[in-house]
Design a binder for this molecule. Structure first.
Ligand code: ATP
Ligand code: MG
Ligand code: MG
Ligand code: MG
Length: 569
């Protein structure tokens, strides 16, 4: 590719509304542009990276024996009514009507569509096991789209769905997918961890998330120094033995709820600083088997003062949040606030408690009389830093008994899940077994955030000059930069020759033949993050050398022109 004929849309200034480094660098390097909240155009340079990620995912999925399909992004409501999710799915589901007034949604995920395909196409146990995948556009109307393509509304996901005759066969496919994911993230050159995830009502160790380690990650993961244990924080908290760590005495004194961890979380949170103004409490982590739609109740009890209680109903609340009035609360056991609403919603709560001290709290999550654990609290501090309050901390003993726990932030880039027969039962997806009897299929689902991976890779690989791509997903592997080529035919000739040689050797090469100052070209190539840079100048050619610099090398070096090819390869 010739840079003079290619859209190099680099920006000097850091865009003001980009909070994290990957978002800033993707904009500055000219990889993406925002169309509207959570909607992005991939410019040519960014698309090259996305396609490379896709290719690795596709190759490894094919190698695992999965079969690629492509399902519609728009899905008829009837299928979602069959599974029951038309009612259950919250505000993330973008619903729409066609010209005849029929209901549709833009798929946030494809369990219903694939189950429909499979019930029509697979008839016998001989057709099993089967695993179908696609790489496709999803839409989720995220409450808070942010960080560019990291949490977008429209994004690219690889989603796979396996169908097995029995649990044992599902276990096998699940293991194959676990290994396949490791191969994918190994090949991508990322530092990642596979962690146990809370699988909600289904229970067991039937869900794993794959996290790319990065300080900006929205999730937290805990792993043991001995390497035997790794779980996301919700899961780790759910298994942490209750009462292990004494919480601040005055807050734990009269606790009478089954969910001690949660109380410790909230109490600790509110005790951080008595003069702190809480702007927003975000309820997260308690969920039903769909990963959404649980109910959460929060009640603060005690004799503290609340100067202001403010609640706003959010537009995507399926069931409106109900807050007790201040008078009602004060008239009851103490002073507090109660709320009920679907999990994952932000409950805006402003508490100015300058003079208050906290007593005890009761909070938890309940759905159909089932107490859900793992409710957690996030503090949304005006400074823009979100700090989780948790009941396990770094240094706690590992539940597996192998040393102590480390806690790190991660970006969820993949998630594998045993679904069992939830969808196959509801949608009657069966095959005939060996005895000619109808058997309900066992299902698994396996997601990878293809577009999120691009951002996650940058979070892990950058410096103050720009992106440092892992070789496997670099938009170009080598930049051949000409100096003063418009004045020097020899430079252009040498550059063209090297450009051809490198391409013939199978490398992706960007020939920076632009008529720009050397400083501008170097800065652009570093910002874009191309792993190898070769500079061709008159001075070098006279000395029979080229100048080489690896993207993360400290220094440039001169190499004999004839050695350029073997040096880079
Ligand atoms: P998150 O916890 O980040 O909201 P999720 O658990 O809702 O993700 P899954 O349903 O497990 O997501 O989807 C599979 C993968 O799709 C995720 O692991 C993630 O990498 C990716 N993904 C999910 N939501 C988004 C989004 N809004 N933007 C980009 N990628 C996403
Ligand atoms: Mg989500
Ligand atoms: Mg998640
Ligand atoms: Mg997930």
């Amino acid at each position: 590719m010739r840079a003079s004929r290619y859209l190099i849309a680099t920006l000097k200034e850091t865009p003001a509304d980009a909070e994290i480094i990957s978002h800033q660098l993707m904009l500055r390097a000219g990889m993406i542009r925002k169309l509207a909240a959570g909607l992005y155009t991939w410019l040519p340079l960014g698309l090259r990276v996305l396609r490379k990620v896709e290719r690795i995912v596709r190759e490894e999925m094919d190698r695992s024996g999965a079969q690629e399909v492509l399902m519609p992004a728009v899905q008829p409501a009837e299928l979602w009514q069959e599974s029951g999710r038309w009612q259950q799915y919250g505000g993330e589901l973008l619903r729409m009507n066609d010209r005849h007034g029929r209901d549709f949604c833009f798929g946030p995920t494809h369990e219903e569509v694939i189950t429909d395909m499979v019930r029509n196409e697979l008839k016998s146990y001989k057709d099993l096991p089967a695993n179908f995948y696609q790489i496709q556009t999803k839409f989720r109307d995220e409450r808070r789209p942010r960080f560019g393509v990291m949490r977008a509304r429209e994004f690219i996901m690889k989603d796979a769905y396996s169908f097995n005759l029995d649990q044992a066969s599902l276990d096998e496919t699940y293991q194959v997918m676990h290994r396949t994911y490791c191969s994918i993230f190994d090949r991508l050159g990322l530092d990642y961890r596979a962690v146990e995830a809370d699988s909600g009502a289904i229970g067991g160790s039937s869900s794993h998330e794959f996290h790319v380690l990065a300080a900006s990650g929205e999730d937290e993961i805990a792993f043991s120094t001995g390497g035997q244990y790794a779980a996301n924080i919700e899961k780790a908290e759910a298994v942490a033995p209750a009462g292990e760590r004494p919480a601040p005495a005055e807050t734990m004194a009269e606790v009478d709820t089954p969910d001690q961890h949660t109380i410790a979380n909230l109490a600790r949170f509110l005790n951080i600083d008595a003069s702190h103004t809480i702007k927003t409490l975000i309820v997260k982590g308690a969920a039903d088997e769909d990963g959404n739609q649980g109910l959460v109740a929060l009640i603060l009890r005690g004799d503290h003062e609340l100067n202001e209680i403010k609640a706003e109903n959010l537009p995507d609340v399926a069931e409106p949040l109900t807050f007790a009035s201040e008078e009602e609360i004060k008239a009851s056991a103490g002073c507090g606030i109660g709320s009920i609403g679907p999990v994952g919603l932000s409950i805006p709560l402003i508490v100015d408690r300058s003079a208050a001290h906290m007593a005890d709290f009761v909070c938890g999550a309940n759905k159909d009389d089932v107490h859900l654990t793992g409710v957690n609290w996030e503090r949304d501090v005006p400074l823009g830093r979100v700090e989780d309050i948790r009941n396990i901390v770094e240094g706690d003993p590992s539940p597996a008994g192998d040393g102590h726990l480390e806690i790190k932030r991660g970006i969820e880039v993949g998630h594998i899940f045993k679904l069992g027969n939830k969808y196959s039962q509801a949608m009657n997806a069966t095959v005939l077994d060996e005895n000619g009897k109808s058997a309900i299929l066992e299902m698994g689902c396996y997601g990878i955030g293809v577009s999120r991976i691009v951002a996650a890779a940058i979070e892990q690989n950058h410096d103050d000059r720009g992106i440092i791509w892992p070789m496997a997903i670099a938009p170009f592997e080598v930049a051949v930069v000409t100096l003063n080529a418009h004045k020097s035919p020899t430079v252009m000739e040498a550059a063209e020759k090297l450009y051809d040689q490198l391409r013939q050797a199978g490398l992706d090469v960007l020939l920076d033949d632009r008529n720009e100052r050397p400083g501008v070209k170097f800065a652009d190539m570093e910002l874009i993050g191309i792993p190898h840079r070769v500079v061709i100048s008159d001075r070098g050619l006279q000395a029979g050398t080229l100048e080489y610099k690896g993207r993360s090398d400290a220094d440039r070096q001169d190499i004999p022109t004839a050695d350029a090819l073997p040096f880079i390869l």
